[in-house]
Every structure is written in C-alpha cells, then in structure tokens.
Design a protein around this ligand. Structure first.
Ligand code: C2E
Ligand code: MG
Ligand code: MG
Ligand code: MG
Length: 274
C-alpha cells in the first residue's frame, strides 16, 4: 500500500474526522447553548513589561468543550460563532466573566478581551460593556478590547459609534495580529490604538537576518507613531533578548506564562514577574 493510499484511509476512517464533519452541523447548536450547559470557559495569559518584568495584565481566551469533554479549537469555533451570530452573546459572557474574575482577584491590572467585528456592529455593544464595568466596579482603563487585524472592519456608522463611545469611556483599544490582515498602516491612521500586538509569525521568522530586519522595521514604525508595541508568542530566552534589543515594550508567550484558569492565576500571583 502506498503512503498516499494509507493516508487516504486514515482520513476516511479517523473518528476525529467524522467528529469534525458532524460537528459542523452541531457546532451552531453547541455554541447557542454553551453558556447554559457550562461548556464555555475562559483562561488567562499574562502580559509583561519587558524592561521591568512588571505584570501589565492578562489576555482572556475563550475555551469550548464538547459534552464529552473534548476541547474544540478556537480556530474552529470562533469563526463558526461569528457566522451564526452566537459570538455576540458568547463574547459578552467572556467579558463579564473576565471582569468578575479580575475584580475578585483584586490584582488591579488590565484585562484584555478579544472581540469580533460582529460584536462591534451590535448597536448596544458599548452600553453593555459600560454596564459590566459598572457592575464589577472596575475602572474603564482596566479593560482592553483586542480587535483583530484579520477582519475587514468596514467603517459602518454603528462600528464607529461603538468605538467612539468605548474610547470616550476610557476603555483601551488594542490592535491584534498586526501584520497579518487587511488593516496595515491604514488602520493605524484611522484609529488611536493604545497597544499594537505584532503577530507571532513575525517572531518565528527571526531565525533569518531578513526576518529580524522585518520585525525591527515594524517595531520602529509603530514606536515612531507613538504606539506601545507588544510581541506575542515569545517561547525562548533568545527571542526575549532579541525583543529587548529591538525596543519592544510588552511581551506575551509560553516562556513567560501559558493561558490558565483563574484558580491558577490566583495561586501563582506572588510569582507574577517574568
Ligand atoms: P489571539 O488573540 O492572537 O491569541 C493568541 C493565541 O496564541 C492564543 O491561541 C494563545 O493560546 C496562543 N499563544 C500564546 N502564547 C503562545 C506561544 O508562546 N506560542 C504559541 N504557539 N502560541 C501561543 P488560542 O487560545 O487558541 O486562540 C486563538 C485565537 O482565537 C485568538 O488569537 C483569537 O483570535 C481567537 N479567540 C480566542 N478567544 C476569543 C474570544 O473570547 N473572542 C474572540 N472574538 N476571539 C477569540
Ligand atoms: Mg488576542
Ligand atoms: Mg494576537
Ligand atoms: Mg495571533
């Protein structure tokens, strides 16, 4: 049997593949009931100042499990939730949960939550965010909303109204996955992002001199525009040293800390210096 035939058979009979096919039908249903069935949760990954090692805050990442306990990747369920519209309620639940956890933890640091364009199009989005901050007694600047550059954020009036209202409240706006999507330099001109997160693919390419020059150029551009620069996906000490030389402000990655549940964040809070 050739290698190719072997692979083809695996593809056909692999139960995980069958599961994926089936879940594309059931995923919408799963997502719609995920909150009430307690299949959704949040984990937190720390973000540090590179110079001082001080903890700036945590990024909030959504997790989804099937009823049998198997994890579904965000790269699978987030797009599905965006398509079905379920992301509006799930995204609100995540912000609420993160604010509740962090208010209770009393760290006084920043919570960064990822949001989709779909959420920014909902007319009451900024009002609901303001209500959540109020209810948990958090200052608006303690919340950051990460907008990914992967989406084509059409400047609809509703999107602009939400963004303006959030920025007037004092909520931070961060640009996620910089360098990978539609936005590029145009967005930097239009929106006053507080922090720009450079996608980890650029760090991965730093094994070559060309890759280092590319990252250096991006960092210099962002800093000359007055933006605070965060590089995500830091996995090695060498990468951290390189980022120090390039003048990067903030870092996030497995080297400093993996995403973990609030219980673990609280347990390790005395050691929160990178
Ligand atoms: P993102 O916002 O760019 O988040 C960073 C991703 O990189 C996370 O994957 C994180 O676990 C992973 N990561 C962090 N440090 C390292 C590292 O050192 N090495 C490597 N290899 N990976 C690292 P995750 O949790 O699977 O999330 C994937 C994407 O799903 C996120 O990318 C974000 O776009 C989306 N997402 C996650 N949670 C939410 C949410 O609540 N709402 C929305 N709208 N999107 C979300
Ligand atoms: Mg993010
Ligand atoms: Mg990111
Ligand atoms: Mg990314």
């Amino acid at each position: 049997v050739s290698k190719f035939a072997g692979r083809a058979r695996v593809t056909i009979y692999d139960p995980r593949t069958v599961g994926v096919d089936r879940s594309s039908e059931n995923l919408t249903d799963l997502l719609t009931h995920a909150v009430e069935r307690q299949l959704i949760s949040v984990v937190y990954q720390p973000i540090f100042e590179l110079d001082t090692g001080r903890l700036l805050g945590h990024e909030t990442l959504m997790r989804l499990r099937e009823v049998d306990g198997r994890a579904i990747s965000p790269d699978v369920f987030i797009p599905a939730a965006e398509q079905s519209g379920a992301i509006v309620d799930l995204g609100m639940w995540v912000i609420d949960q993160a604010c509740a956890d962090m208010a209770r933890a009393g760290l006084g640091t920043v919570i960064a939550a990822n949001i989709s364009a779909v959420q920014l199009k909902a007319p009451n989005f900024s009002l609901r965010v303001a209500e959540i901050l109020n209810r948990h007694g958090l200052a608006p600047h303690q919340l950051a909303l990460e907008v990914t550059e992967r989406i084509d954020l059409i400047p609809e009036p509703q999107v602009s109204r939400n963004l303006d209202h959030l920025q007037n409240l004092g909520v931070q706006m961060w640009l996620d996955d910089f360098g990978t999507g539609y936005a590029g330099i145009g967005w930097l001109r239009r929106f006053e992002f507080d922090i720009v997160k450079i996608d980890r693919s650029f760090l991965n390419e730093c094994q070559t001199a060309q890759g280092v020059r590319m990252l250096h150029g991006m960092v210099s551009l962002l800093r000359s525009l007055g933006r605070t620069v965060l590089v995500e996906g830091v996995e090695t000490e060498e990468q951290k040293q390189l980022l120090r030389r390039l003048g990067v402000d903030l870092v996030q990655g497995y080297l400093m800390g993996r995403p973990e549940p609030i219980s673990e964040v609280l347990r390790g809070r005395r050691n929160l210096v990178a």
